[in-house]
Design a protein around this ligand. Structure first.
Ligand code: NAI
Length: 264
């Protein structure tokens, strides 16, 4: 199950967090992996830790040229591209009254424009490999529970992730209609303990009118019926599944991995 032997993956925002763990599990599953990020030093360190035949390439997902170069470098090193994970993302943690227009543009640039550009610029390479593989190529987009239900903490983040949810479905339909053999699915994590997870605790503490991040973390935990917060590997396992041929009949779908948060 969930093998990626012979596959090549490019993961954005994978210097740390969910992206870095996804790289690790994909390598374990037999894939060769390129990671891109704006945190170059951190990204190179992550690649050294991953070992194997792994590539780091600078990639600001808001820049077309960066995508072009990252995709070309991946294909040149590994001979093609089968899997794109649009993982890079930002969280703002401010209400509508507090957020500025510049902050919105920055957030939307990464969370929305980044997903559009990645999909568009990786498309030719994904098409090429998809045409000759059993279940086609795969794109996995990191949405969120905040792309399914409203967010108590960050309405602007929720707007971007709602966009990713429906862009995923629309891209799946467009590629299927055009006969491109590329499956496109999204994953919807609950609160995951990463740097971004910590940012959500700080925002929750502010909402509660305190600086008590531990209390905010406890409050976040109580929203997860399963009784714990998520860890990166919970999500990475779902991403590996969606990228693998075991998800060969899935496209335009959203995999919810949230400890029951949105079941309520
Ligand atoms: P993280 O903050 O640990 O990692 C995000 C990565 O994206 C960082 O390495 C960062 O440098 C990179 N990044 C930021 N701007 C970039 C840009 N312009 N170009 C390239 N890379 C850029 O966050 P985490 O938790 O690993 O999040 C990964 C994805 O999962 C994000 O899309 C996030 O919205 C989503 N997610 C996370 C949840 C959580 O609770 N941690 C919950 C739901 C979704």
């Amino acid at each position: 199950m969930n093998r990626l032997d012979g596959k090549v993956a490019l993961i954005s925002g994978a210097a740390r967090g969910i992206g870095a763990e996804t790289a690790r599990l994909m390598i374990e599953a037999g894939a060769r992996v390129a990671i891109g990020d704006v945190l170059d030093e951190h990204g190179r360190e992550t690649v050294r830790g991953l070992g194997g035949d792994t590539l780091y390439h600078h990639l600001d997902v808001t820049r077309e040229d960066d995508w072009r170069e990252a995709v070309a470098a991946t294909a040149a090193r590994f001979g093609g591209l089968d899997i794109l994970v649009n993982n890079a993302g930002l969280f703002l943690g401010k209400g509508i009254e507090e957020a500025s227009l510049d902050e919105w543009h920055h957030l939307a640039g990464v969370n929305l424009t980044g997903v559009f550009l990645g999909t568009k610029l990786a498309l030719p390479a994904l098409r090429e490999r998809g045409a000759n593989s059993a279940h086609g190529s795969a794109i996995v987009n990191l949405a969120s529970v905040a792309g399914l239900v409203g967010s108590q903490l960050d309405p602007l983040y929720s707007m971007t992730k709602g966009g990713v949810t429906l862009f995923t479905k629309s891209a799946a339909l467009e590629f299927a209609r055009k006969g491109y053999r590329i499956r496109v699915n999204s994953i919807h994590p609950g609160v995951i303990q990463t740097d971004m997870g910590a940012q959500t605790f700080a925002a929750r503490a502010r909402n509660l009118g305190s600086n008590d991040v531990d209390a905010a973390r406890e409050a976040a935990l109580r929203t997860h019926p399963i009784g714990r917060l998520g860890v990166p590997t919970d999500i990475a396992k779902g991403i590996v599944f969606l990228a693998s041929d075991d998800a060969g009949f899935m496209t335009g779908a959203g995999l919810v991995v949230d400890g029951g948060l949105t079941a309520q």
